[in-house]
Design a protein around this ligand. Structure first.
Ligand SMILES: [Zn+2]
Length: 64
C-alpha cells in the first residue's frame, strides 16, 4: 500500500519517492518492493545479490 505522504511530483506527474536514495520517480520508473518504492539502481542493489557487474538487465522487468 503506497504511503501518499511520500509521493512527490516528478516530471509533471505525481510519483513515488525512492525509499533508498530519496530520488523522485514516476510510477513508470519506480519498482515496488514490499511497501516501499525503489528506483532501478536501488532495486538492483537491494534485490540483486548477483548484480556485481553492471549492464545487466533485471529478469521480469520490461525496460524500454
Ligand atoms: Zn534509489
Amino acid at each position: 500500500m503506497p504511503d501518499v505522504s511520500r509521493l512527490g511530483i516528478h516530471q509533471g506527474e505525481i510519483g513515488p519517492i525512492c525509499d533508498y536514495c530519496g530520488e523522485r520517480l514516476t510510477f513508470g520508473q519506480s519498482i515496488p518492493i514490499d511497501s516501499k518504492y525503489a528506483c532501478h539502481e536501488c532495486y538492483q542493489s537491494v534485490s540483486g545479490a548477483n548484480s556485481s557487474s553492471d549492464g545487466k538487465s533485471v529478469p521480469g522487468l520490461t525496460m524500454d
